[in-house]
Ligand binder design. Sequence first.
Ligand code: DGI
Ligand code: FE
Ligand code: FE
Length: 195
Amino acid sequence: MTDTDRNEDFMNEVRKNLGDYRFIHSLAVAKSAVELARRFGADEKKAYTAGLLHDIMKDKKPEELRFLIEEKYGVKLTEVERNNHKLYHAIAGALYVERELGVTDREIINAIRFHTTGRKNMTLLEKVIYIADFISEDRSYNGVERMREKATVSLEKAMKEGLQFTIIELSEKLLPIHPDSIDAYNQIVTEDENG
Ligand code: DGI
Ligand code: FE
Ligand code: FE
């Protein structure tokens, strides 16, 4: 059975691991990921599965996530990662779906892994999940309508907007910015020059 045929299974796992708020968010991101995939030619089934699973570790405590990542799965965090608890759930989520749920599709695993920071050379599916997380129905931040607009026109324009938003927000709060976020930003503003 391929990963995308196991959504019933994954739905139960997500339900089990998340509170109501995050569960509803996960369903909304899965839905919006399918729409984006259809619009921009990504794999709709993978988009649904990755969207559904992307925040599966979001409701766990930072100490637990750090234990999972570094002790249980033996993956060393960088200094920036270790000091930014918000990044744990994406790293732990990717490891968890691979090692505990048996997800084998690298594209799905990486879409989960990089959904918070982005990275250089993102795949279509990675961009779809990154943007779906910003524009899902449950989101209501200032500027969400503008993001939704961009996402109807171009995935690249939406990525640019999303990365800018994140980098502004983090720097305003004087929080460290992960090198993957900076790499993604630098690449997108260099490649999509006339937008
Ligand atoms: O899990 P969600 O809330 O649905 O969304 P998310 O996984 O994109 O997490 C958003 C949070 O992560 C938000 O508070 C900003 C933070 N974040 C995103 N990129 C970076 C970051 N935090 C740090 N320190 N560095 C980053 O590069
Ligand atoms: Fe997340
Ligand atoms: Fe999310």
